[in-house]
Design a binder for this molecule. Sequence first.
Ligand code: ATP
Length: 431
Amino acid sequence: MERYKILEELGDGTCGSVYKALNIGTSEIVAVKKMKRKFYYWEECVNLREVKSLRKLNHPNIIKLMEIVQENNELFFIFEYMEHNLYQIMKERQKSFSEEEIRGLMTQVLQGLAYVHKNGYFHRDLKPENLLVTNNTIKIADFGLARELSSMPPFTDYVSTRWYRAPEVLLQSSSYTPAIDMWAVGAILAELFTLCPIFPGQSEIDQLYKICCVLGAPDWNTFPGARNIARLVDISYSEIMPANLSDVIPNASLEAIDLIKQLCSWDPLKRPTADQCLQHPFFHVGKWIPHPPGDLLQLRLSNCGSKPILELNLWDYGTSRDDCFLGLTLAVNPSASNLDRVNKSQCTGEDIMFCSGVHDQSQQSVFWSLFPPDHHGITAPVDPSLSLSFSSMPHSTIEATAQSAGFGMASLQTSILDCPLLAMSSPFQQG
Ligand SMILES: Nc1ncnc2c1ncn2[C@@H]1O[C@H](COP(=O)(O)OP(=O)(O)OP(=O)(O)O)[C@@H](O)[C@H]1O
């Protein structure tokens, strides 16, 4: 270990203490986990769950185990270093994450988790402290409790931190599945919105009670073979009514609420897998438009304070000649102050608020513009303040920075119809 210079302690966990360290030879910053128990034989070391699982798992969203050092009956894991963990980030944050940020984080967690599950493991201790973050990258860490799917139940040993512990674990079911990780994902997703744990139980019984307060009592038959079912029976006698999840997480969209509901299902069989989650509409409402080579397709609405954020996915318009020649004009009635700001800051006299080419070849471009409703002959519909029309417009060179992008017309309509200020009105007109 003389190759490493310990710089500071990062965390003190159940199994080990973690330090930030410098690899003197390479000048690389690493995280060193010094295991608390002694290891006398190399076989003992390589048989550790953390070693067995991490040696097999290689994914951009899973923390990389770089080296294992056994020295003087002590065992050290050398990991790639990450600057923060999600718990610290949430604790220090003053305002909640935007849904776009949450989508970005959760997509990565789910991709990492899907990979873990596909490779025959489940993590069993997912919690914000075990999600490590550097810049915008998040990685799953602490595979100390990871378990091979093929290992035989019953899994009776300690599993997962209480607040993120699935009901079947609290009730000591005879077997656990990767669905226990999906429960934790649901609880973490909810917490990303509110910055508070959704089920902050103070004991195992209180944990079940807190879950009942949000979800209501479960079906008795959900947990056959659960050794602690009496715990739930006691609680359920108090006839707790389920809460409205939208009241518990008021800043979450309906899509997010639906995903959290599915993930936090009492019944493990009803929870979606990590792959299924990634297909959920929550991840497809406002996805980023991938930047085409050589161009930035950017629509900055939220920075101007306009509501709602309108997002269009150009890929929904296909690549056929007709599609590409179609200029998409989006006419919205933003608030006057927003409009002023945008016009002054970006458009210098033009009424086009935002637009962007896709490729350099103008004939291949699809672009959109955002107009105040009464300019250039585009009149606002009688009542609703949004209209959409297609027209062939000259290609503008005004550039805007991409803030968000991307959903198809179907979801645009849905969100618009949900919002009284933005009922969809005028029909599409092909120019
Ligand atoms: N690669 C890393 N880079 C930076 N910090 C890390 C890294 N690995 C772990 N940490 C920090 O150390 C803390 C403890 O690490 P870890 O969870 O691996 O230890 P543990 O003993 O298994 O803990 P637990 O009691 O949660 O099981 C983490 O919450 C994290 O803040």
